[in-house]
Design a protein around this ligand. Sequence first.
Ligand SMILES: [Zn+2]
Ligand SMILES: [Zn+2]
Length: 265
Amino acid sequence: MYLAELKFKVIADTDFDQAEAAIRRYMEALIFNGQLLGREFPTAWQQDCFVSRIVLPATEALKQQYHSPRGLAALQQLAAAGLGYPQLSVLGMDLMSNHTDPCASAPYYIVYSRFNDTCSPLRCGEHFAPVPLYLLPAAAGDHEALIRWQLQYQALDEIQMQQSRVLRHSAERSLQQLHSRLNRQGRQIANTLARLSQTPVYYALYSGSSQDCAAEADKPCPGCGQAWRLAQPLHQLFDFKCDRCRLLSNIAWDCQSPSNVQGVN
Ligand SMILES: [Zn+2]
Ligand SMILES: [Zn+2]
């Protein structure tokens, strides 16, 4: 990922509100197409221009050819708000985020996110590196559905990470039950993406706690009831994989603690 600045020069009469609204519209269109990462784009006023600090998945992410129809429309509207064409300067590699996947086309993808991710929720099946969404075909003009799914997923993951909070268990249920609204939505998006990209898309099902740690390693696939344990963990993260249901999961984190592994419980 790359840290960069995007400069919007004021070239005609405008007021702050109008210029800010136009910049916001443009940035949100880029975010919902996976061209910008994260939700924040701190923006400063400098003499004759607005400068926004952004994180890009790749240095060429803002090329017009990658814009969604909404992004192109927002780009046109910048001029109407008295702003010039945005000028990009890449400051360098972002040391805090993962490296973008090197594959031209991945053998399969994984929809995966955690609360502290600042990257694409789509990973390459081979390298487990984040794949820029703007490179993939989108169902409704852009990838807003997947980005919005990720925002919800991360919010719930953040809640369930907090110990002894009232909402912890309901958040965990949303993340780990196959048929929760969140997971139904995520799998539906994965299926659409698989159809459009003609590439299998697996869904990573979170597993945090279990009623029965002794049976956890042999639990069946929650989708089809078949055995799905892998001989070797995949990407040092997934112990289970079902090719029929396109699901990946892990031995519940609570059952992986040293006391449980030794059977002391
Ligand atoms: Zn890859
Ligand atoms: Zn299955």
